[in-house]
Each structure stands twice: as C-alpha cells, then as structure tokens.
Write a protein that binds this ligand. Structure first.
Ligand code: ATP
Length: 309
C-alpha cells in the first residue's frame, strides 16, 4: 500500500476572479498529523473541501488513497471523516443519538463505547448537544467524524475560539487519534498547535504554499536563535557577554543574549539565576513555529486569524 495517503499536484481553485488556491503541491503520509497553516482567507478550507470531494478544482489534480477527487468521489468519501469549521449538529439530540445517527448512516456498529470514553464524553453522552461547552461540542464533532471508522480525518480549524484549557484537552484527543493509526489533516492559524501536534506542516498564504516540511526541519531552517531576555537589569549585560554570541538591548531596556544552541543558553541562564539571585525576570526563548511563520510569510497571525505585517 502506498505510503502517501494524499497527493496534491499543482492544485488550483478559482472563484470568479479570486484565485483561492494557486498551484499548490504536497503529499501527506499514512499515519501522520499534517497541518495546513495560514491566516484567514489563505485557502485552507478550499483545499480541505477539494480533498473531501465537496468542491471541484479548477486546475491540477488531487488523489486521496490513490483515488481521484473528481472521478472517484465515492471511494474517497466512504473512507474519510470530516469535522468542518464551526462544527454544529442536531441541537436537541443527545450526544449518543448524534453519534449513533452517523454510524447508522455509514452502516458501522463501531466501538461506540470506546469512542465515547476515548473522547472524554462518557459523562456527557446523554446530554443534549446544546447543553455542552464549546470544547465538548468539538469532541462530539470528532466522535461523529470517527463514527464511520475512517482512515483519514479532516479537522478544519478544530480549536478556533476555544479557551486555552479546552484547546489543550482537544489536543490530547487529537494525539490519541494518531496513536490509533488514523491519519489527521488539520488546518489552523495557531502556531503552538502546529508545534504541539503536527509531524509535518505546510504554510499557505494567498493560495500559495510557501513551504512544506517536517516541523522539526522547518524550525531548524527558519527558526531564530535561542535567546535569553532579562528585564530591567544593568548587571545582566556583563553576565550574558561571557556566554552569548551577541548581546543587545531591546526597545524597553530589556537585555537580550543570542546563542547558537540551547546548551550555552542553559549555562548562562544558570549563572544569571545564581548571580542575580532571582531578582529579575529571566526568560529563555527557544526557536519556534512563530519565527518560522514570520520568516516565511513576513508577518504573524493574530488571535482572530488575521495576518499582521
Ligand atoms: P478562513 O479561515 O477564513 O476560512 P481559509 O484559509 O480557509 O480562511 P478559504 O475559505 O479557502 O480560506 O478562502 C480563500 C479565498 O477564497 C478567500 O479570498 C475567500 O474569500 C474566497 N472564497 C472562499 N469561498 C468562496 C466562494 N464560495 N465564493 C467566492 N469566494 C470564495
């Protein structure tokens, strides 16, 4: 069986004059968590919906499980699970009824007990959907998407709008899917989510895929230096100069030391702590997907998903 579960080649989608997806190519391997990351309007949902056979491409082609998204829609649809953006379902039905409805449609009895337990829905399964918290509703979405026993799951911005705690809980749920061998394709505008969850990621902006690689390689290639930032301390500069490659003073008077690796930074961090006896705020900042996005896309994405240059 092919290792590549999704193969996309020069894919394009136009809506009238708007080119939503502009000649993108990438692959997703079986068993991995792949993230498509970009701001609002970048073309994420359009790409996902083409792979789910809900929209037709204008150009190029895409294959899922080796089947063509235009000509072999049925083969693909019966093997995938989908949680759309802003997921919603029958509000008056209970969690149990909603999930059972989907497994009936797919004609799969499935291990529903396990499904509820896995998704942390045990206590909630007899409540109606409209009584649940935002985080719980998304878990129901995942349980429903899994009810047809899919090999590949699409999650379109699964944690948008959730508070940090609910977001972390949902991450645990998504990690559990990878352990079960389900391939996950997710879209997001949260860099932390990419770093926490994904094996590989593609950065999309204005319909173009700017970079695609493993998260580790993206960070190694585009991540910034390891930094130590000390606030309001004149003494820090002298100490940092003994260890850092470069020491600068930031706009707010903070002293910044840049290091080639985490080892040197950790040593300096320890000395700062000892010599300043914990009197100042010292932050150790590693390279991250935030730097990667900034360097690749020339901006950052704010909490609402907008690109800020
Ligand atoms: P968001 O997170 O805001 O949904 P996205 O990255 O998923 O963003 P898309 O929804 O794929 O992006 O939208 C890409 C571009 O295509 C945007 O400019 C959008 O306005 C446009 N677009 C999307 N759907 C349609 C449509 N049905 N008709 C016309 N234009 C559309």
């Amino acid at each position: 069986m092919s290792q590549e579960i999704i193969e996309v080649e020069d894919l394009t989608k136009k809506y009238g004059d708007v080119t939503a997806v502009d000649g993108i190519s990438f692959e997703v391997s079986r068993g991995e968590i792949f993230s498509l990351v970009g701001p609002n309007g970048a073309g994420k949902t359009t790409t996902v919906e083409i792979l789910e056979c809900l929209r037709r491409p204008t150009g190029g082609n895409a294959r899922v499980f080796g089947f063509d998204v235009v000509d072999e829609e049925r083969e693909i649809k019966r093997r995938i699970g989908v949680m759309p953006q802003e997921f919603n379902t029958f509000e008056r039905l209970t969690v149990r009824e909603n999930v059972e409805l989907i497994s009936d449609i797919y004609g799969k009895s499935g291990d529903l007990g396990g499904l509820y337990a896995d998704r942390g829905l045990g206590e909630e399964m007899d409540k109606s959907f409209d009584e649940l918290s935002g985080g719980m509703k998304r878990r129901v979405g995942i349980a429903m998407a899994l009810a047809g026993d899919p090999e590949l799951l699409f999650l379109d911005e699964p944690t948008t709008g959730l508070d940090p705690r609910a977001r972390r809980e949902l991450w645990d749920t998504i990690r559990g899917l990878e352990d079960r061998g389900v391939t996950v394709f997710l879209t997001t505008h949260y860099m932390e989510e990419v770093e926490e969850l994904s094996d590989r990621a593609g950065i999309i902006l204005d319909g173009k895929l700017l970079s695609v690689d493993s998260v580790d390689d993206l960070i190694a290639e585009y991540g910034e230096d390891v930094k130590i930032v000390v606030k309001d301390s004149d003494e820090a500069e002298g100490i940092l100069e003994r260890y850092a490659r470069e020491v600068t003073v930031g706009e707010k008077g903070e002293v910044i030391g840049k290091f080639d690796d985490m080892e040197g930074a950790t040593e300096a961090h320890f000395s700062l702590y000892k010599e300043l006896s914990g009197r100042f705020e010292v932050d150790l900042v590693g390279p991250s997907m935030e730097d990667v996005f900034l360097n690749v896309a020339g901006g950052r994405i704010d909490e609402s998903g907008r690109l800020v240059k």
